[in-house]
Design a protein around this ligand. Structure first.
Ligand code: ADP
Ligand code: MG
Length: 548
């Protein structure tokens, strides 16, 4: 592109010079008809016209990108021919126009390279030498170039002239070639550094724009300059509005004293937005120096630490809870042994037969309460034991058969009509023991909700759902429905909390255990009021693969 522009400029300049030359020669001929003879005048005019036509044709051909190099060479060749013919028409060795060769050489250097300029210089020398020689020997007399001027000078002067011209040509080629090459190199270097600057600018602005943190710059007087989109979203203040505002009016919590301009600082503050709870914002300020090393202001980066602080707190709490859980599980386990010894001894005492009535009643209370305590410990251990599921593939229908067998001996299931709707081939990839525990708890609760008996349904179906990342996944939906009294508002609110119970002998650990198990399997559980009374508990578990 660059060379094409240069070539076009060069051709246009040549057309202008030729026209000027033509006009001046016409004026000269009109003023001094004797100064130039008719045949030479005709030749010069023809030459000028031809040069104009050639230049115009070259300009037109320049539209073709692929012809560019050829056209450049043609221009140089044309220039050499033009100057040589001009010399023929203007007295050869006596012509004042031999300096025009120098222009052709310079053009070659500018349009091509130093090597081409040297070739052009050599060609110019050959053409000039040949012309002078041919003129000297009278061989060009036929086309109007008289040998007189050459003969008058004598052969020594002729040689001297040719030698002088040749030296001039080569020197010009060398110097202009050198200079233009240097200029070209600087131009290239400048262009690449220009590109780099542009790239850098682009990069900087897109980093600032897309940063997922706040970034602003503040002048040494405390006025805001850059205020990136993250901060605009956080504060609701646009860059235009923030520009020039005192930083203390937007973030009064940021420290602003003499030291902030000299050394980096960091810390955090609580920031209140219009809508949500206060956010915890962490900041870092870095001093910014101008080109002379004087403090010019600061760069401030801001991060929203709210989530990570909450996460830290939750982790700490979880850690404490886990330690507490482990400790209490161990204690519960330890209570069990003496409890077994106590109830064993009491049973022996009660079987003795020689007890008075109120003593037997007291022992019955001890027995009942130690059974209750044992039940509580069993539930508590089920809840507190870490529930990392050991996954295995099993048929859900098989698991339900086991449950049915177990429940058939349970007094709470007298008068309960258990209806199971599960496809025999449906499989689960889960911890079988934990799933057993979870379904048992749900079924027991359902039975306890219907002390007078009723219909208890257990069904399993396949469903489509989406996971946390929004991907479609297959789910198995296990539902346990009863016809009991349903859940009141308070129970619904505390439903899966440990130790929440409405039953006189309840532990409140059944649903909490179910929740833990389902959660550990990556599933979810919810309770809904059933139409026509009763409650329905629904467990959703992701299916890894349905058939083995
Ligand atoms: P518990 O059975 O020992 O009371 P759970 O955690 O199993 O403890 O249940 C907690 C509470 O949830 C129960 O006391 C009861 O009030 C309520 N609940 C659970 N399942 C049902 C149900 N199917 N119908 C009505 N209420 C229920
Ligand atoms: Mg229960």
């Amino acid at each position: 592109m660059k060379t094409e522009r240069r070539l076009r400029l060069f051709i246009v300049a040549r057309i202008a010079v030729t026209v000027l030359f033509l006009v001046s020669i016409l004026v000269l001929k009109m003023q001094e008809p004797q100064a130039i003879d008719n045949s030479a005048f005709r030749g010069i005019v023809l030459l000028m016209v031809a040069s104009c036509l050639f230049s115009a044709a070259s300009l037109a051909a320049l539209r073709r990108q692929s012809w560019q190099l050829i056209l450049t060479y043609l221009q140089i060749i044309w220039d050499l021919l033009f100057v040589t013919l001009l010399l023929v028409f203007t007295d050869g060795i006596a012509s004042p126009y031999s300096f025009l060769y120098l222009l052709a050489i310079m053009n070659a250097a500018m349009l091509l390279s130093r090597r081409e300029a040297l070739y052009t210089a050599a060609l110019s020398g050959i053409l000039f030498g040949a012309l002078v020689d041919l003129q000297y020997y009278g061989l060009l007399a036929r086309i109007g170039l008289s040998p007189l001027a050459a003969l008058q000078r004598g052969n020594v002067v002729l040689f001297y002239t040719i030698f002088l011209h040749l030296t001039g040509f080569v020197l010009t080629a060398f110097i202009t070639g050198y200079l233009t090459e240097r200029a070209r190199r600087t131009e290239d270097a400048l262009r690449t550094s220009e590109v780099n600057y542009e790239e850098l600018k682009q990069l900087h602005s897109s980093i600032v724009q897309h940063l997922e943190n706040g970034l602003m710059t503040i002048t040494r007087d405390g006025a805001i300059r850059v205020f990136n989109p993250y901060l605009q979203r956080l504060t609701g203040i646009s860059q235009e509005k923030a520009y020039g505002q005192p930083c203390q009016s937007v973030f009064p919590q940021l420290p602003w004293d003499d030291r902030v301009l000299l050394q980096a600082r960091q810390g955090e503050f609580s920031y209140r937005t219009a809508s949500a709870d206060p956010l915890i914002i962490g900041y870092t300020t870095i001093p910014l120096d101008d080109s002379r090393g004087e403090p010019a202001g600061i760069v401030v980066t801001l991060r929203n630490l709210t989530k990570s602080r909450q996460l830290e707190l939750a982790l700490k709490r979880q850690d404490r809870l886990a330690a507490l859980g482990e400790l209490s599980a161990r204690m519960a386990h330890e209570i069990r042994n003496p409890l077994a010894a106590i109830s064993g001894s009491v049973q022996l005492l009660a079987g003795n037969g020689c007890l008075r009535d109120h003593e037997a009643r007291l022992l019955a209370i001890v027995l009942r309460e130690s059974e209750r305590l044992n039940g509580l410990i069993t539930d508590f251990l089920a809840y507190a034991r870490p529930a990392v599921p050991k996954l295995e593939r099993f048929k859900l229908a098989g698991l339900i058969d086991d449950l049915k067998t177990l429940l058939s001996a349970d007094a709470r299931f007298k008068g309960i009509d258990l209806v199971v709707q599960v496809l025999p081939e449906m499989e689960l990839l889960a911890d079988r023991r934990q799933m057993h525990q979870a379904l048992l708890n749900l079924l027991q609760n359902a039975a306890e909700a219907m002390p007078q008996g009723g219909l208890l349904t257990l069904s399993a179906t396949r469903q489509d759902g989406v996971d946390d990342a929004g991907q479609r996944i297959a789910l198995v939906c296990i539902a346990v429905g009863d016809q009991g009294g349903g859940l009141d508002e308070e129970t619904s609110r505390h439903l899966f909390e440990p130790f929440w119970t409405t039953k006189p002998n309840g532990t409140g650990l059944g649903l909490a255990t179910v929740y833990r198990i389902v959660e550990a399997h990556g599933g979810s559980i919810q309770a809904q009021a059933k139409e026509g009374g009763g409650t329905i508990f629904t467990i959703l578990l992701p299916i890894v693969e349905e058939h083995a």
